[in-house]
Structure formats: C-alpha cells, structure tokens
Design a protein around this ligand. Structure first.
Ligand code: PLP
Length: 441
C-alpha cells in the first residue's frame, strides 16, 4: 500500500505464491488458478486482465444496491475519522449502533423487537441458537435444547450453523458437532411434527428455517409450508427462527423476506449480507419482545455472548447508509417486481437436455438445476459450467448440482436476459462432450 495515494498495488511476484487460504476451496486446485477481482461498480466487476463482468450473484447474495456506492463509502470514511470503533460490551454503546438497531426494529415484522449485532450470518445463527436455549432455561424449561434445521438448509459455518445445516458435505469432515441438533426434511410439515413429537415437545428449543432455501439450491417453499411450520412451532412452543440472511433487504421484495407470508410472526430473524450491501461485515438477530423479556425485564439476565465487533460503528453506518439508499431509490420492492422477469429469462434453459429445471419466481434469485444423469457422469459439472459462463463475462454461483443467480436489485431487465444468454451459450458449449438426460435416461 502506498500511504500517500491510499491505493494498494499488487506485487506480481508475490501473487504467484499465494498464502491466502480461500474459504470453501481446495487450495491444491485453486492456488495458481485464482480469478482476481480488482474493481466493482454497480452491477459490474472487473478482473485483473481488465475484463468487465456482470455480477449475477451480487457477490454472495450481498450487494443488493449494487457495488461501489459512494453514499456508503462516504459514510464509512467520515465515521472512521469520527469514531472508528469501540467495543459495546456491558454498558458501552455508540450512536451508530443505537440508530441502526432502532431502524431495524422499526422495519422488522416483529413488534417490540430488540436487535443483537455481530459480524455476519454465522454469528447471527450462533447467537439465535444460544439465545433460544438460554431463553428456555430462564423460563424454567432447561430441557428445551434441541435446535432443528432442514435438509438442504445452510446457516453458515460456525458451531451451530454447521450442526443444523442440512448440506451433508459441509458437516462430514468435522466429527461430533453440537449436541441436540438435527435436520428435518424440507417442505414436509408431517416430518417436522413427527420429529418434535419424537424428541418430546418440551425438549425442542427452536426450529430454524430459510424462507427460500438459498445455498442448498434456491428451493422455493411449497405453498403453505412456511405458515404451517410457524403454526406447528407455535402449537408446540418451539421458537420459530427465520434465517433471512439471504432473503432480506429486498431480495424477496420486502425488508426481511418473511413478510411475503401473511400472518407469520417469527420469534427471531437472522440477517446479514444485504444489511450493509456486503460493504463491511455485519449481521445480527432480531429478537421478539417475548423472547427478550426474561433478559430485559425484572432482574433480567446476562447473555454471555457477543463479539469484539458487535455494534462496530463503521459497519453500522455502512448499514444505515445502505438502508437510506434502499429507501430513497425505492429498491426494496424490486425483488418482487423483477422475480417474474428473471423467471421468464431463465425458463427456456429448461428445454436443454443438460438442464433438469429452472427454479425461480419468488424474489430476485434463481437456480438452474443440472441434469442428474449428466452430473453422475461429471460431478464437477456445475463448476465447469460456471467457468464457461464466466468466460462469457457473467458471474454466477456454482452449487453442487446447480447454478445460482441473485443479481443486485439495481439490475436492468435486459441484463437479466444477458445472464440467461450467457448460461445458454455456455451450456451449449459444454454439452458437446457431456452426455445428457436424452442419452443417460
Ligand atoms: N444463513 C444463510 C441463509 C446463509 O446463506 C449464510 C451464508 O451464505 C449464512 C447464514 C452465513 O452467513 P456468513 O457467511 O455471513 O457467516
């Protein structure tokens, strides 16, 4: 970094021998073959060869208002000069954390909400799971400890998130995980009720559920599932935790995503990503009045949980500036306004033998699911296709059996077609040497 210019310059020699261990990567394959992103503006990114790419995944479902927002940069810059950061343990606070929590509590579909802040989605899930257990202990029901997720669910990579996450490969390598955790089948209310009854309703603390299951394949819930799951939780006294880390801040066309289902009242909502547009690390948990009560009322009780960066003032102003952009440009509804257009653009891809189905139509996110036969012959097909799409200067997210699409809310309708065209072209190229369902059955 040159302090005078403030611009960091890469050293080409050092770049050849990377020491950066990437998340979710096999470094034996990645080292020396990195894709280096150097600049981002709006819905576009530039690589180190100067090529411009359309960001069809908004980084990792984050950059809802588009990249490089001067409003966010200016607010963070000013904040770092005024008060960079000071911890908020115990009785310490700062005006930015106070204001952000007030705004989020106003916007959340949770009356009397309190807001706990951390650095990302995994932090938020860890907090929610621990809070649920302590809540029940304070309520005189310490046996209520089971925390359940869903098959296919993704809740980050911390202890609880790994344990309740429903993508088997993400759990397999780590030995025993957090006790009294598990998963139930997705979209199966009967399975949820049976598991609650098997465990005994008075031993289940919380059920954690993404409104639209994201990293597990952009799986839209069956009609009635979300309302039904909330009702079952209410019936058996289980806390209903909505993981809106992906679905909030306009992705589903509302502030927290869950408003798309009438009458659902979450006990907690976890959020991250779009809260700060991904510009600085931030996440948190909205807690209902009822769950907060034994901690906040009467003698109260200490929640022995939190991170050094909980309530970090620069991260909080990034979120406040981002919320202002979302409001001023009326971007929140776009997740719903564009959901049909995204679906329309991608739908024809399903006619290709290499594509099993296109899942879209609820929010500005979608998955292009690959043909099972083709995947059996080439398990790395999603990665290969993603690279072929990238060759066409469109960045999509490879999932184990699908490509995920979740562009910024600021994307134009024609650019949705650009995404579909790039995938179409890449699929045709790759199909030349992959037998598809017409061949494999
Ligand atoms: N929950 C959901 C639904 C997510 O999609 C993610 C990340 O993709 C997380 C939690 C974890 O968030 P983070 O990566 O910020 O820890």
């Amino acid at each position: 970094m040159s302090p005078a210019s403030g611009r960091w310059k890469p050293d080409p020699m050092k770049q050849q021998e990377t020491r950066f261990w990437h998340p979710f990567a096999n470094m034996a394959e990645v080292a020396g073959h990195e894709f280096t992103v150097t600049r981002a503006k709006g819905v576009h990114l530039w690589d180190d060869a100067g090529r411009r790419h359309l960001d069809a995944s908004a980084s990792l479902w984050c950059a809802n208002v588009g990249h490089g927002r001067p409003e966010i940069a200016a607010a963070v810059h000013a904040q770092l000069l005024e008060l960079d950061a000071y911890m908020t343990f115990g009785d310490y606070t700062n005006p930015q954390a106070e204001e952000l929590c007030r705004r989020l509590a106003e916007l959340a579909p949770v009356p009397g909400a309190r807001v706990f802040l951390g650095s990302g989605g995994g932090d938020a899930i860890e907090m929610a799971a621990k809070l649920a257990r302590q809540y029940w202990a304070l309520e005189g029901m310490p046996r209520r400890q089971h925390v359940l997720g869903r098959v296919g669910g993704y809740h980050g990579t911390h202890g609880f998130g790994t344990s309740i996450g429903g993508i088997e490969a993400n759990r397999a390598a780590f030995g025993p995980l957090v006790a009294a955790t598990g998963q139930v089948d997705r979209d199966d209310l009967g399975a949820l009720e049976r598991r609650i009854l098997e465990l005994g309703p008075d031993s289940v603390a919380a059920f954690v559920c993404e409104p639209v299951l994201g990293a597990g394949g952009v799986r839209l819930p069956e009609p009635g599932y979300i309302e039904g799951a909330a009702a079952l939780c209410a019936e058996y006294g289980v806390l209903f935790v909505v993981d809106s880390v992906i679905c909030a801040f306009g992705r589903l066309g509302t502030w927290f995503g869950i408003e798309r289902w009438d009458g659902v009242e979450p006990d907690m909502i976890t959020f991250a990503k779009g809260v700060s547009n991904g510009a600085l690390p931030l996440g948190g948990t909205i807690v209902s009045e009822r769950v907060a009560e034994p901690f906040w009322e009467g003698e109260g009780s200490m929640f022995r949980h939190g991170q050094t960066y909980s309530g970090h003032s620069a991260c909080c102003v990034a979120a406040l500036a981002n919320i202002e952009v979302l409001e001023q440009e009326n971007l929140i509804p776009r997740g719903q306004e564009l959901e049909g257009d995204l679906h329309d653009a991608l739908r024809p891809l399903a006619d290709h033998p290499l594509i099993a189905e296109v899942r879209a139509g609820l929010g500005l996110l979608a998955a292009v699911e690959l043909d099972a036969g083709a995947l059996a012959r080439e398990p790395g097909l999603a990665l290969r296709l993603q690279r072929a799409v990238r060759e066409r200067c469109v960045l999509v997210r490879p999932l184990p059996t699908a490509l995920a699409i979740s562009p910024p809310l600021t994307i134009e309708r024609e650019q949705l077609q650009e995404i579909a065209d790039a995938i179409d072209d890449a699929v045709r190229e790759v199909a030349h040497d992959i037998p598809a369902r017409s061949v494999t059955g």
